[in-house]
Write a protein that binds this ligand. Structure first.
Ligand code: FE
Length: 348
């Protein structure tokens, strides 16, 4: 009898064990990142932990729509998005599970993750950073006239300014940061000045703005740094010609610093594998993963003190630059206020 019991309990143990094992083996990752280099990163995680990554690719909006449609039946464990405004929206919409992790909290500067909840749980974590910088036509524009965000609204830049839609998350985040620096009244006046200086109605993406500066259609424009890095690393002669014509400024180096945005990650609200999901996010802040993760899209690691082996980013900054220190969570929170200002000043 005793023997039978032992056999039985061993059998049930191994059953429970294999069920647990099966559950532990796969993490469902909903990712808005589409960089081939990320593949190697996920493979390394699987090698180290035995946990497979099952990736669902979409853009930020597609992922959010899918999570909402799936509700509590969602199989998602980890979510990767590429902008602070969208991460904040996901948090407000209740798509993320706030978690505590000593590793993540020690690795990521406070201003680059969500504001902790009352119990200390954090809804999302910045994992890489990109700066929103100024590009200008070196033939027609003086660098001193465009070396701060404020100057882009000065009359000297009338008829020069180009930008993608004001409502795009990258701009909502920049304008949300400006609201933190200048206050709402001054920010709205600044936005009005930008509209008055436009060379054309907002259109296209950031790369289109860089090309329009190189063609002479625009004198000055805004772009995220990784679009510039892509052109700088391109072997296409047309791209080389573009980069020969445009100058790059990291604005506000003498004041609060250049606006920095994040790409980041979160544990999905209805994940059944939260321990492993946190483990995966912790893996992404390890030094090797950070460099790889950030370099996959020519971004900067969030973890400080890592050697950066990206020649385009080195060339762009001359090694270092001053970035603003406003909490990226506050920036995301301002986006509704900013959208109302854009509507009032006629910023398309
Ligand atoms: Fe982008």
């Amino acid at each position: 009898m005793r023997r039978l019991l032992t056999v039985l309990s061993l059998a049930s143990l191994s059953l429970a064990g294999s069920a647990l094992h099966a559950q532990e083996q796969v993490l469902n990752l909903y990712s808005a990142r589409h960089y081939p280099t990320d593949e190697a990163l996920y493979a390394d995680f699987t090698k180290a932990t035995g946990i497979k990554i099952n990736r669902v690719d979409s853009d930020d909006a597609g992922i959010v729509t899918r999570l909402k449609a799936e509700g509590s039946a969602s199989p998602a464990d980890v979510i990767l998005l590429v902008d602070a405004a969208r991460l904040w929206r996901g948090e407000v919409d209740g798509l993320f599970l706030p978690v505590r992790s000593k590793v993540l909290e020690a690795a990521i500067p406070t201003q680059l993750h969500a504001k902790p909840k009352e119990d200390g749980g954090i809804a999302w974590f910045g994992l890489s950073t990109r700066a929103r910088v100024v590009v200008y036509d070196k033939l027609k524009v003086n660098k001193q006239d465009v070396d701060t965000y404020e100057k882009l609204a000065d009359p000297v830049n009338k008829g020069r300014f180009c930008v993608r839609s004001g409502s795009h998350p990258y701009n909502l985040s920049l304008f949300g940061a400006m609201t933190e620096h200048l206050g709402p009244a001054q920010t709205e006046a600044w936005l009005k000045g930008l509209v008055a200086n436009m060379a054309r109605s907002p259109q296209g993406g950031d790369t289109d703005q860089i090309k329009a500066v190189a063609s002479g259609e625009c004198g000055v424009a805004l772009t995220n740094t990784y679009y510039l890095a892509r052109l700088m690393r391109s072997s296409n002669p047309a791209d080389k010609a573009v980069m020969a014509r445009v100058g790059v400024v990291f604005p506000n180096q003498q004041s609060w610093g250049t606006h920095v945005n994040v790409a980041g990650g979160a544990v999905a609200r209805h994940s059944k594998n939260t321990t492993q999901a946190v483990k995966f996010l912790e893996y992404l802040v390890s030094p090797a993963a950070q460099n790889h993760f950030a370099n996959g899209n020519n971004e900067w690691p969030v973890v400080k003190g890592l050697g950066l082996d990206n020649p385009a980013l080195q060339t762009m900054t001359g090694g270092n630059f001053k970035s603003e220190l406003v909490p990226i969570s506050a920036v995301g929170m301002n986006q509704i206020k900013v959208q109302q200002m854009l509507d009032r000043v006629g910023f398309k």
